[in-house]
Write a protein that binds this ligand. Structure first.
Ligand code: AMO
Length: 434
């Protein structure tokens, strides 16, 4: 291999021994016959101290004149050094410049002045070389790892449902249409209909790390046109509280996992993760309206709790020490056709964090007749849902589930202002490249 060890894997046990390291040249400081090169790899940086007399002259020249961000591999002796950042330096015996970087760079990696978002996203591959940007994606990987662990412990089976679909699941307005041979098809807004159909199979508990495609035209700091989520569906539930218990357990597991396993990345970001206590508060929609009315915000029953009011409710809950809370039992009209009715309300909930929606879920309608009625009541045509409805006619248990946005988790957990920070290549109203 071109690399034997990462910068953080080298320690006092290696002093005096030979090691091969590799990475990007962050900085070169030349002082005549000696040069100090800062090499960066995934784990951090290390100092290479190149002495002209200790290595072939051609290599010394090539190495010390290489442009910033060029990729190199260095074989050399590890030596203790009080001056070097991590207590050691590498004295090279052999250096290979594997690829020279063009200059000037479109985006600096160690610049003090932060580039604007568009420049960063246009050059995302370099942006991602910054330790603080990389830390978000290392934590993202840990979040997904934690989710998978939690689901396995709770007997969920991972599934993958189609992303090219024939009918909407989350309302007709926000679909991307695609040409499917001689027909029209759509990109899936969520796995909703398929994960429900899984409940008719006897698999009982399924999860998917799902892609959502939503043609929402607004350009906000918390919406993407392509996003990811933990999506689950579980059968043989009593009502939506069984689903809420599973959701809060998952959130707790993820926060705890990150607090325990991502200290290095959290330090890089200057963030702390506070593990929440269970259970999370549960506020009915009706009570949420009362709490808001007490602060002078009057929402008519049935109305949407808009972004501003959602934020205010978040502040009120925080005053009571509740960062996480459920809003439960929404008006039926405010929830999709698949949410189970309870009078004029739905057995549906949202999970909020400080005024930001992280998840929504519900017990679903499992009676095929009622489901058809609910589809029609939403002004949709049951004929468009034939394949879905069929799964309800031959033995469908009571069931429910949720979708929990992965970028929203990261955004709130890591205090990021813009959701674009939490996905590698964001898709928004104006961006489809890179
Ligand atoms: P919903 O539409 O509320 O529910 O989505 C679930 C969660 O996914 C995240 N999310 C988004 N994140 C970023 N950009 C977007 N445009 C976006 N849209 C959604 C949010 C949200 O809470 N089928 C239901 C879930 C269910 O009932 O199982 C659904 O899709 O965090």
């Amino acid at each position: 291999m071109i690399r034997q060890k990462y910068s953080n894997e080298i320690g006092s046990a290696d002093y005096g021994t030979e090691v091969t390291v590799a990475g990007w040249i962050e900085d070169v400081r030349k002082l005549g016959s000696v040069a100090f090169i800062i090499l960066r790899d995934r784990a951090g940086t290390l100092q290479v101290t190149a002495l002209k007399k200790e290595m072939p002259i051609e290599q010394f020249k090539e190495f010390t004149s290489a442009t910033r961000e060029s990729v190199v591999s260095v074989r050399g002796i590890v030596q203790q050094s009080a001056q070097a950042r991590n207590g050691y330096e590498i004295l090279p015996k052999e250096v290979k410049v594997l690829n020279l970087a063009a200059a000037p760079l479109p985006l600096g990696v160690v610049d003090k002045v932060e580039a604007d978002m568009d420049t960063r996203l246009d050059n995302r591959f370099i942006d991602l070389r910054k330790p603080n940007v990389q830390a978000i994606f290392k934590i993202r990987s840990a979040v997904i790892q934690a989710g998978r662990e939690y689901f396995a412990q709770n007997k969920f089976i991972e599934v993958h449902t189609p992303k090219i679909i024939s009918a909407s699941s989350e309302g007709g307005t926000a679909l991307f249409k695609v040409k499917y041979f001689e027909n029209d098809a759509y990109l899936a807004q969520s796995p909703q209909l398929y994960k429900q159909m899984m409940m008719a199979t006897g698999l009982d508990r399924v999860f998917e790390i799902a892609w959502y495609f939503r043609a929402e035209e607004h350009n906000t700091r918390r919406h993407l046109n392509e996003s990811t989520a933990f999506d689950i569906e579980m059968a043989f539930i009593n009502d939506e509280t069984d689903v809420m218990n599973t959701l809060e357990g998952l959130v707790h597991y993820i926060w705890k996992y990150v607090a325990e396993n991502c200290q290095t990345e959290l330090k890089t970001l200057g963030k702390e993760v506070k593990v929440p206590t269970l259970p999370f508060a549960r506020v009915s929609y009706d009570d949420a309206l009362k709490l808001l009315a007490e602060r002078g915000r009057n929402i008519e029953w049935g109305g949407d709790i808009g972004t501003e009011d959602e934020k205010l409710l978040g502040d009120i809950m925080k005053e009571n020490g509740q960062d996480f809370y459920f809003i439960t039992r929404y008006p039926l009209a405010a929830k999709p056709f698949y949410a189970h009715p309870e009078g004029d309300k739905a057995r549906a909930f949202d999970l909020e964090y400080c005024g930001m929606e992280l998840s929504s879920g519900a017990q679903r309608v499992h009676d095929p007749k009622l489901l058809e009625e609910r589809i029609a009541a939403k002004g949709l045509n049951p004929k468009d849902f034939e394949a879905y409805l069929k799964a309800f006619k031959y033995g469908m248990p009571p069931h429910g589930g949720f979708g929990l946005g992965i970028e929203r988790i990261l955004m709130e957990m890591l205090g990021q202002d813009n959701i674009r920070e939490c996905i590698l290549f964001p898709r928004d109203r104006t961006r489809i490249s890179p």
